[in-house]
Write a protein that binds this ligand. Structure first.
Ligand code: SIN
Length: 487
């Protein structure tokens, strides 16, 4: 990459204990641009040695960082935030190169990532304890909130900046230290923010990044080393289950932000134009590659045809193109297996009687591009209804009554995000309460912000990120009884 203003942001080595390190065995892995297939660079391939070293560094740094005044930790985090913001254009270019999303979205992601530093730096100063009455007159009882310790963050490729910052900001605000393992498709964004952490004055060992071609080796160490007290993972439910099992032996705290199968319900009393805009935002952001993307559009029968036609019409405005080209809205999928999965889901649905109404094929823009697609007459038995699509495909199914809509919406093992559109206040309450999801949006297709508790129920995971609840996930409660105080 030659188009960075601050060329030093392109780092290829691991960041351990405040130093840039190649892997002990000298191996590297290649990272390519999904839009062009071109090589961006080769990155240090970390394994057991580097992961243990990073945990050592985080463990050593913990005592100092945890006891530093919260306001001092916050100051460093604000500096880090400022550096993310002032380098947002470069960070966005890196992100688009390694992940594919359009530049404007990438820049939005960087600012979204930075907003977690702002939020949690402010919250760091509000980690209050409690006192409560005791049975005796010579004692006093307190509840202290203390940092968990060394934490591990295993982060996904779909938001290489923001998902890392969401975890790192909460961990550092609480007084924890962190070892981060970025997704193998997108290590450059994580390494760039590590360089900025260093520049901001984050002490050595507080924030470490260990990229690896094979996540299994690093993940094994992070989940088995007893010094790591918490694992926070964003990714698939399948991998989350493995990490949960592995973390059980050393009884770690865990936060799991796993897969989703979000319903997007459109009732006949909805403002349909608003629903279309919400659908575009929630389905086609990041080319459909977010855990909170709408997966199933449940549309009341009386408005199903109008909604479908309006949606198809609106899709024609979404330009499929390389993320760094003017006007691009839908970038590439991350890799070949993502593309093959989408093709399988569309094919199986169509073979079983669903109708492809628009798109339904690869785009000729490049190898990993797929056209925004609308497929209707979907049925609950179809794999496209049950599985997370993770691509720009809107699957439409119609329903008769409110009860049917809620039943269909909850007919999944997942429970991350749900959206619904209605103008009826009674219905808004009823449906909002009945949806078995960790996050519900009424008359909006976007839910995420640093101040909101992000997370799911059922097989979408456990724990919350963002908000004051996200900070609690990095804190332990200590009951402290002080006796013998005299009467
Ligand atoms: C995700 O896909 O997991 C994150 C999306 C978001 O924060 O909006």
């Amino acid at each position: 990459m030659t188009d960075l203003v601050k060329t030093g942001l392109l780092r290829k080595n691991a960041f351990i204990g405040g130093a840039w390190r190649s892997s002990a065995d000298g191996t590297t892995f290649e990272v390519s641009n999904p839009a062009t297939g071109e090589l961006i660079g080769s990155v240090a391939n970390c394994g057991v040695t580097e992961t243990r070293d990073a945990i050592d560094a985080a463990h050593t740094a913990f005592g100092h960082w945890a006891t530093m005044p919260a306001a001092a930790r916050a100051e460093i985090m604000f500096k880090w935030r400022d550096l993310l913001v002032s380098n947002a254009d470069d960070l966005a270019r890196l992100l688009t190169a390694e992940m594919g999303k359009p530049l404007a979205e990438a820049r939005g992601e960087v600012l979204y990532g930075a907003s977690y530093l702002t939020w949690f730096a402010e919250e760091a100063k509000r980690i209050y304890g409690e006192t409560f009455p005791t049975a005796g007159t010579d004692s006093r009882a307190l509840v202290l909130r203390q940092p968990v310790g060394v934490c591990a963050a295993i982060t996904p490729w779909n938001f290489p900046n923001a998902m890392l910052m969401r975890k790192a900001a909460a961990a550092l605000a609480a007084g924890c230290t962190l070892v981060a393992k970025p997704a193998e498709d997108t290590p450059f964004s994580a390494l760039a923010v590590a360089g900025l952490a260093d520049e901001a004055g984050v002490p050595p060992g507080v924030f470490n990044v260990v990229p690896a071609a094979n996540p299994v080796g690093v993940g094994d160490i992070l989940t088995s080393d007893p010094r790591v007290r918490k694992v926070s993972f964003t990714g698939s439910t399948e991998v989350g289950r493995i990490l949960l099992r592995q973390s059980a032996d050393t009884i770690k705290k865990v936060s799991m932000e796993l897969g989703g199968n979000a319903p997007f319900i459109v009732f006949e009393d909805a403002d349909l134009d608003a629903a279309i805009e919400g659908a575009i935002a929630s389905k086609f952001r990041n080319a459909g590659q977010t855990c909170v993307c709408s997966n199933r559009f449940l549309v009341q029968e009386s408005v199903a045809d109008v909604f479908r036609d309006k949606l198809i019409n609106r899709l024609s405005e979404l330009k499929v193109d390389h993320g760094d080209r003017e006007g691009a809205v839908i970038g590439p999928l991350i890799n070949e297996s993502a593309l093959l999965k989408i093709e399988r889901l569309v094919r199986e649905a169509s073979d079983a009687g669903a109708c492809i109404q628009s798109g339904g094929a690869r785009s000729d823009v490049g190898n990993l591009f797929y056209l925004p697609t609308v497929i209707d007459r979907v049925q609950p038995e179809m794999s496209i209804f049950k599985e997370e699509i993770f691509g720009p495909v809107a699957a439409l199914i119609s329903f008769e009554s409110e009860a049917d809509a809620v039943r269909l919406a909850n007919q999944t093992e997942y429970g991350l995000a749900a959206y619904f559109y209605t103008q009826d206040l009674g219905r808004a309450w009823r449906v909002g309460e009945a949806l078995e999801y960790g996050m519900v949006g009424l008359n909006t297709g976007l839910l995420s912000s640093a101040s909101a508790p992000f997370g799911g129920v059922k097989q979408s995971g456990m724990g919350r990120e963002g908000s004051r609840h996200g900070l609690e996930d990095y804190l332990e409660l200590k009951y402290f009884l002080m006796g013998g105080l005299g009467t």
